[in-house]
Design a protein around this ligand. Sequence first.
Ligand SMILES: *Cc1c(COP(=O)(O)O)cnc(C)c1O
Length: 395
Amino acid sequence: MERYNSAAELVAARKPERPVLCARPHAAGRAARWFLENFEGDVAYAYKANSSVFLIGALFGAGIRHFDVASLPEIEDAATIPGANLHFMHPVKSREAIRRAYHEHGVRSFALDSEDELRKIVEETSDSSGPARDLALFVRIAVPAINSRIPLERKFGTGGQLAARLLVEARQVAGDLGITFHVGSQTMTPDAYVNALGEVQRLIGMAGVVVDRLDVGGGFPSVYPNMQPAPLARFLSAIEEGVDKMPVRDNVRLMCEPGRALVAEAESVVVRVEARRGNDLFINDGGYGILFDAAHLGWIYPARLVSRDVGPSEPLVPFELWGPTCDSIDHMKGPFLLPASIREGDYLEIGNVGAYGRAIAGDFNGYGRYEEAILDDEPMMTLYADAETPAALLR
Ligand SMILES: *Cc1c(COP(=O)(O)O)cnc(C)c1O
């Protein structure tokens, strides 16, 4: 894999015809070290956010040993990581996936949000000597999305009497009983976690069970041009305060499952401008590629010209971007602020696409094939610039 000091150096050396996915593994490593140093429990990387070997390698190098996985293919991949602890946190799993996860890949942690799923897990992990005794079962509860840019509340999670009953039933078969939730991705303020922990406490009271594990899920934010979240340290201190209030505090093992917050900064995509029409730029990646969220959620990513220098006096103006496929929804409204003189043949670096960009990209119309490179410079935007002195994030 070629390494460069910057996207500008890469473009000068390669003049790439295809878009280039540029990894900054050092940024993923730095984010992981920050979570490992500051979170009082297991930090499980949500594998689906980005499974690039360069980023997984950096996360592993930083000390990440827990992984949140959602399917058998993810488990088969992640099981090759030495010493990995895999947590199968999808609340609806196929029987084959449960069986093979447990018997072939050593998975002991499972999430569930229904009695049917509990029954499936118990049946598929039993053997001739009887039911498994080493299961860690996490009941996924529904919690409201508060200030989350991608709410996840409608699909999974149980609550109220149903949740209390499920906790009691899971307690009878679980070695460790856990509770888990997800406040929604890119949650901008810590109150979502405070509220969710209140709900956890209420349910533990209702069920009257001993809980051994508490998994606060993912949802930790990254930074984008129009999304400046509360400092990450405040999320962790809010979680700590919430957990400290719980009667179970001293005996509960904590876990979190960041995806976005560990990898968002760690990839860019370098694209070429194939045409300019007014302030619309036609580029060679888009809504069916790395830039899915830019097209379909209207997300704005940092963008800069990397193929030539323009004077500091040249104004930045708002551009809209169009992806390479024939589909008219392959459009990214932005605005993306770029030098006024942008023209055909220019290369742009679009930054902070490491979360869910590579993971979602398809190859509709024959696009969506990428060259790859590693960059050693800073991400275009970062929450962790001062992270090697964690106190900086408290300000
Ligand atoms: C997607 C997912 C995560 C990661 O979410 P982020 O918002 O990327 O942090 C964590 N846990 C579960 C169960 C998920 O589905």
